[in-house]
Design a protein around this ligand. Structure first.
Ligand SMILES: [Zn+2]
Ligand SMILES: [Zn+2]
Length: 582
């Protein structure tokens, strides 16, 4: 196992022990062991394990050293497996209900016998939870809402997770000898932030072997439909996938139809009708009485051309003006993943990240980036181990030294993800902020403020002369919690007025600011930064999800500063430092 996987395993043990009501010191030993691991380089860990010297690391005792060593060498731990079985899946599932931690779950279990999400819902409905010490009517109401949200959210999946599964299925389909063309359609292809189910459109010489492969894929839990040219399966994650086989000459039409959206398709059908043709998933045919037959269509490009349109990328097919723009030849040259040259909002093990500066820099270099901005949490985010002034300045010195060493594969930029305090002030004094290359400001507290207070708070932070960009504007977590109440339009106005960038947080759980706002905001002059908010090296790749959302927001590379070359970024940051201060 890698060090992050081992750290995950230790954290899971800590949670399981807590659910069991174990003594807090034991729980904390595992939690801090995970923290210690995150600060060690991967190669160093391998050496310590091989030489049996894990115990020489401060914070790792004998019991922990043994478990880490087992996980590192054999990748599993019988102790954890027994613990998991003893605690049971019901209590672990309860952790997914917002507002419930191990202590509360323990109390619900011991006093009310709650051992599953369903049992929690029943106890809430019966009013028993409100009676419990430390809970109350308000908590009961919140928990019940959490359970209901979970049911509603349960039918959708993050685009990132769905895309991973779809990629594997597509690769499998395309490798079959009978398959001529295969694509995923639906909201996945349109790059929507969450996906209901997967649709695969396949043109094949012979359908039977394709259907047979599809229903027998690894990971399929249930086959819900199995026909000659169609099949539906459900995977362990609950995600459903539908397969549709069509003749090759029909492929473009079926793919277009099942890509949607409905709004886009309705407009396109009307456009076809105006030309005397009927458009459907099966083809383009002349309506009776029309004298001009439709041209042949082999690909989606041909279909759009037949209707007098430039090719419309799937991400734009939302019925939000793309057909009009395609008719005028005014579709933007959309940003692509390959345009990325760096990112500003990333964490290291100094706060709540899981890799060292050097590891993050190496990973950014491997992606071909020119620069990587480090923005660890500020002191008020104590739950995320935010940095106090002395540790922040030490990190700045470390970054400057790494850049000077000539051994860093990318240019590191020293920043902070500075808390916006409840009154709109920033978490660091000006003289500290002045020592940084840039400042990301974010809300991490007092989510319950009313819209006017929250909006004024964020606007005040944007007016701060040291603010470079705003992090995750609404604070939403997809399929988990809605954003706080905030007037997005007023925040965008303030950002434009103060020359502040708004980030498109590329974490697949956030994608905040939402793509639906970007087209208009960018037209008003707002600049975007696509930031992965990476908490480990793998997290840098989430930029792909952000680029996807940016494409849905009609953004061109020029409007996204993370596509600019390093020299331009440095010049831009210098100019910002010198601008007159209000
Ligand atoms: Zn944040
Ligand atoms: Zn962050």
């Amino acid at each position: 196992m890698t060090k992050n996987e081992i750290a995950d395993a230790l954290l899971e043990i800590a949670t399981l022990l807590e659910l069991q009501g174990e003594n807090p010191f034991k729980v904390r030993a595992y939690q801090s062991g995970a923290r210690v691991l995150e600060g060690i380089e991967e190669a160093e860990l391998a050496r310590l394990v091989a030489e049996g010297k894990l115990r020489s690391v401060k914070g790792i005792g004998e019991a922990l050293a043994e478990k880490i060593s087992t996980l590192h060498t054999i990748g599993r731990l019988p102790f954890a497996e027994k613990l998991r079985a003893a605690v049971g899946p019901g209590l672990v599932e309860l952790l997914e209900v917002p507002g419930l931690g191990p202590k509360k779950i323990r109390a619900l279990h011991d006093k009310l016998g709650v051992d599953s999400v369903a049992a929690l819902a029943a106890a809430c409905t019966a009013g028993q939870v409100a009676e419990l010490e430390g809970f109350g009517a308000k908590t009961q109401e919140k928990l019940l809402a959490g359970v209901r949200n979970r049911e509603a959210y349960g039918r959708r999946h993050l685009w990132w997770d769905a895309a991973e599964l779809a990629g594997a299925i597509l690769a499998g389909l395309r490798a079959l000898p009978a398959v001529r063309r295969a694509e995923a359609a639906g909201s996945l292809r349109r790059g929507l932030e969450t996906v209901g189910d997967l649709d695969f459109i396949v043109a094949a010489e012979e359908p039977a072997p394709v259907v047979a492969w599809f229903v027998a894929q690894p990971g399929v839990r249930e086959v819900t439909a199995h026909g000659d040219t169609k099949a539906s399966v459900r995977f362990g994650s609950g995600l459903q996938a539908d397969l549709r086989l069509v003749p090759a000459e029909q492929f473009a039409f079926t793919l277009h139809h099942f890509t949607g959206s409905k709004e886009h398709n309705v407009q396109l059908r009307q456009r076809a009708l105006a030309r005397g043709w009927s458009l459907s998933e099966w083809g383009l045919t002349a309506v009776r009485g029309t004298d001009s037959p439709p041209p042949p269509v082999a690909a989606e490009e041909d279909l759009f051309r037949a209707l007098g349109l430039a090719y419309i990328p799937p991400e734009l097919r939302e019925g939000r003006g793309e057909i009009e723009a395609a008719e005028r030849g005014e579709l933007p040259r959309l940003i692509t993943a390959g345009d990325t040259r760096g990112a500003f909002h990333n964490h290291t093990a100094a706060s709540d990240g899981r890799n060292t500066l050097a590891e993050m820099a190496a990973a950014a270099g491997a992606l071909g980036w020119e620069y990587l901005g480090i923005a660890d949490h500020s002191k008020s985010s104590f739950q995320a181990r935010g940095l106090h002034e002395d540790r922040l300045l030490a990190q700045v010195a470390e970054i400057r030294a790494l850049n000077a060493s000539g051994r860093c594969p990318v240019r590191l930029l020293a920043g902070t993800e500075c808390d916006i305090l409840p009154d709109g002030g920033l978490d660091f004094a000006d003289e500290i902020l002045a020592r940084l290359d840039y400042v990301v400001v974010s809300v991490h507290s007092a989510f319950g403020q009313d819209e006017a207070t929250m909006t004024a708070r964020i606007v005040r932070a944007l007016e701060h002369p040291h603010t470079t960009m705003l992090g995750h504007l609404t604070g939403r977590l997809l399929l988990r919690r809605e954003g706080y109440a905030v007037d997005v339009g007023r925040v965008i106005d303030a950002a434009v007025a103060n020359g502040v960038v708004i980030e498109l947080n590329a974490s697949p759980w956030r994608l905040d600011l939402d793509w639906r706002h970007w087209r208009r905001a960018a037209e008003r002059g707002l600049l975007c930064a696509i930031n992965p908010d990476a908490h480990d090296t793998a997290g840098l790749e989430h930029v792909g999800a952000g680029v996807n959302a940016a494409r849905k927001g009609w953004l061109a590379p020029e409007q996204v500063i993370t596509t600019w070359p390093l020299a331009r970024i440095e010049e831009w940051l210098d100019r910002r430092q010198e601008r007159p201060r209000a």
